[in-house]
Design a protein around this ligand. Sequence first.
Ligand code: FAD
Ligand code: NAG
Ligand code: NAG
Length: 431
Amino acid sequence: MVRVCVIGAGAAGLCAARHLLVEPCVSQLDILEQAPQLGGTWVYTENVGYDDFGLPIHTSMYKSLRTNLPKEIMGFPDFPVPESDKSYLPAKDMLAFLKLYADKHGVTDKIKFRHHVQLVIPKQTPSGELWDVTYKNLTNGAIETKEYDYIFVCNGHYNTPFIPHIPGLKEFKGDVMHSHDYRVPDIFADKRVLVIGAGPSGMDIALELTTVSKKVILSHHLKEQPRTEFPDNLQQKPDVERLEGDKVHFLDGSEDEVDVVFLCTGYMYNFPFLHESCDIVVEENCVEPLYKHVVNMKHPSMCFIGVPYYVCAFSMFDLQVRYYVRSMNGTFSLPTPEQMAEHWEEEKRDRAARGFTRRQAHMMGPDQEKYYASLADEAKTKTLPSVVTKIRDESMIRFFHNLKNYRQDKYKIIDDGTYEIISNGKREVIC
Ligand SMILES: Cc1cc2nc3c(=O)[nH]c(=O)nc-3n(C[C@H](O)[C@H](O)[C@H](O)COP(=O)(O)OP(=O)(O)OC[C@H]3O[C@@H](n4cnc5c(N)ncnc54)[C@H](O)[C@@H]3O)c2cc1C
Ligand SMILES: *[C@@H]1O[C@H](CO)[C@@H](O)[C@H](O)[C@H]1NC(C)=O
Ligand SMILES: *[C@@H]1O[C@H](CO)[C@@H](O)[C@H](O)[C@H]1NC(C)=O
């Protein structure tokens, strides 16, 4: 019988709890969530900076956000998003979905809300390695330390801004802001804005800013130019070479004047509560040493849910949780630490050979199906149907080349390998 601590009640933590609650080998389950409600990223608030308890505001959600993937592939394998007439949903619908999921599986009542995890530290005991977790009850300020056999780290990875090194950024005369703090476009009314980064947030927000700003410059290094037709007040530029006063110098030698530098440069993995004796190191956004991006190799009774990106997030969380729970309950045994380390080194060599940088250590994209199959095979569980990755690929292409209208597309899953898409009144079946 084991005692398990889940840190965080976003989609990943809820999914972990959903499986752990019905797992016979689990005798005690604590789900610790610092916020007063579940849902993590999907909770919208106007507030930025710090909350009432002095903790950094967690969510990066902005008001106008619609999902960048169709809801048909955003549910859990055993709990799809309910049918409705649209595929791309506002954040509040995704939050409602997560509440439904948690309620249906008896998770909500088990969550200790307003409990902030401060420290996780391993300790050696005669019966093996255990964990001490120290957390603060934010309601009354009481700090407590409790012992667990297993730790699920589900604290989310889109909260700590990544600020790239750009010469002159510190001295820049105008405002500098990161997309983590973006809520509504009004503050950019009539401004000249330099948006740096063309990921999902950068593209969406740049387009939104064109409705209020005088001028939007979208600076990026995408290998392929998006075919999206942007409004006339949006101009694409290569990477920034340096900033000087209110001037931007681009790599192609051109220059421009701007009022605001708006960083859509992504986020950093951050585990402030892990004591260094947990042996988890984050360098250049690579979290090590993790076996299959899930298991802490140095302390295999600690796992991480949700580290890979460019994935079908909730489905992958579910597969990672099923994988790890099966290692807990004896369906299979994890390899030895040496074998796990060798597996990871081999994966890193393979990724490097294919041109992935260290910063992209957890990027899946084209590697998704292989990754899902490798988890499923080892744990003797079901992998994700290929239709979810197929729809993901299709949606991403349409995002890129038809940013203005792709969210009107409607998808329907027909079977594990086949889907239907209705776009611009035309219906197509793809397998
Ligand atoms: C703007 C934006 C748009 C996105 N759009 C999409 C999309 O369209 N489709 C998609 O699939 N994905 C999208 N994502 C990714 C999204 O983050 C994931 O889909 C998923 O919701 C992440 O879930 P999570 O549980 O890993 O993290 P989170 O949702 O961040 O949840 C982590 C939870 O842990 C809690 N926590 C953290 N630290 C502590 C602590 N020390 N003690 C206690 N509790 C703690 C937090 O309060 C939070 O509730 C988007 C992300 C962002 C930022
Ligand atoms: C946290 O503090 C509040 C207020 O005192 C209390 O009602 C609640 O039970 C505490 N939580 C736990 C898990 O002890
Ligand atoms: C182990 O866990 C998996 C996943 O939750 C479950 O399907 C399986 O029945 C469990 N096996 C045992 C022996 O409990």
